[in-house]
Design a protein around this ligand. Structure first.
Ligand code: NAI
Ligand code: MG
Length: 365
């Protein structure tokens, strides 16, 4: 049995509460299914700052680089509002993303049948929705140079951000999208704005070339990103995998997220390039939500986003596809049974706390 090396970074606020439920699952999978997970734990965010004055230590960073996958809870909170910018809790997450070169951010939007009625859209529009947004995470307008505010000297200032994409960045992110599509419904929609942006012209061209060269079995369509936003709220089920840049992906993935209900339900994965020798990718899995200081320590946080992030880890880092399916089905079954944490509570359902929700998912696995 191969060992599977997992680094757990619970972080702050509800991060450790949600992570505790994943630890139960890991323990069960090791004991009952001989899964061979070997876990290490590290500090990140405010909890790391309190311990040693940094948002992540070099030692914990090295553990993340050496692990097969990293599970991340959440960081931040008012307690650390005054700490210096370089060591604020979020800096720990940014350092992880940068040093692990996590250029592909995967944000699934799944609408569990039991929650379709609580979506802001009509139930038939969202019921059974299962789409995946693949967002480029390390390039584009958030990082391009020049990036500055200059004083024009006439009482005016100019704010500048620069959208930059090189061929290799578009090739590798679209490659990830095509490969993921092959494991799903085999459709990719690429979104850009080639009508008004040069980087959009290149984006569309390189995605089409990558498709032709290596992935012509996958169905590829192109859509302008603004039209894509409309289509996401009009009829989201037309999509399977959406691939887009950093800025559009930031917005479109948040739109897609809200189709499905609570923040407490949404997982994510961030992947790096495959290792030349082993073929394995650096990867970090985390819920979309933050540290939720308003509910932390109360035992009411929804652990499903963290558990679903672990399911993505099984699928993408360990190729444990059956186990991932089984875990996602366990989540759906618990919701079908009417169990709800407070954030997704509805009439006639049974309210449970964090631990009871985790136990229920484990029992259905
Ligand atoms: P948040 O996601 O922590 O909370 C927003 C709202 O959703 C709150 O009312 C919270 O109680 C609720 N919520 C979030 N996750 C939940 C869960 N699992 N179960 C039940 N309810 C849940 O975002 P907010 O309040 O804007 O930020 C709080 C802190 O978290 C800040 O310090 C922020 O910087 C940090 N943050 C960290 C992120 C990360 O670690 N990746 C991402 C987003 C925010
Ligand atoms: Mg965002």
């Amino acid at each position: 049995m191969a060992t599977r090396k997992l680094l757990l970074l619970p972080g702050d606020g509800i991060g450790p509460e949600a992570m505790a439920e994943v630890k139960k699952l890991i323990g069960m999978m090791n004991a009952d299914f001989n899964a061979g997970f070997e876990t290490e734990e590290g500090l990140v965010g405010g909890s790391a700052y309190d311990a040693h004055g940094q948002s992540i230590s070099d030692a914990d960073m090295a553990k993340a680089l050496a692990a097969d996958a990293t599970l991340f809870g959440a960081v931040g909170g008012p307690k650390w509002d005054g700490v210096p910018y370089e060591v604020r809790p979020e800096a720990g997450l940014l350092r992880l993303r940068k040093e692990m070169e996590l250029f592909a951010n995967l944000r699934p939007a799944i609408c569990y049948p039991a929650l379709a009625a609580s979506s802001s859209l009509k139930p038939d529009v969202v019921e059974g929705l299962d789409i995946l947004i693949v967002r480029e995470l390390t390039g584009g307008v958030y990082f391009g140079e020049p990036k500055e505010i200059i004083d024009l000297g006439n009482g005016q200032k100019r704010g500048i951000d620069t959208q930059v994409y090189d061929t290799f960045e578009i090739e590798r992110i679209s490659g990830v999208a095509f490969e993921l599509a092959r494991t799903r419904s085999n459709k990719v929609c690429s979104m850009e704005k080639h009508n008004v942006m040069k980087s959009g012209v290149l984006w569309k061209e390189v995605v089409a070339q990558t498709h032709k060269a290596k992935y012509s079995d996958v169905e590829l369509t192109h859509m302008l990103a603004d039209a894509g936003g409309m289509q996401l709220v009009r009829w989201p089920k037309q999509f399977d995998v959406i691939v887009t840049d950093n800025l559009f992906g930031d917005m479109l993935s948040d739109v897609a997220a809200m189709l499905t209900g609570s923040l407490g339900m949404l997982p994510s994965a961030s992947l790096g390039a495959p290792d030349a020798k082993t073929g394995t990718r650096r990867a970090l899995y985390e819920p979309v939500h933050g540290s939720a200081p308003d509910i932390s320590g109360k035992g009411i946080a929804n652990p499903i986003a963290m558990i679903a992030s672990f399911a993505m880890c099984l699928r993408y880092s360990f190729n444990m596809v059956e186990e991932a399916d089984r875990l996602e089905k366990a989540i759906a079954a618990v919701l079908d049974d009417g169990l709800r944490t407070r954030d997704i509570m509805s009439d006639g359902a049974t309210e449970v706390g964090t631990g009871a929700m985790g136990d229920a998912v484990l029992a259905k696995y």
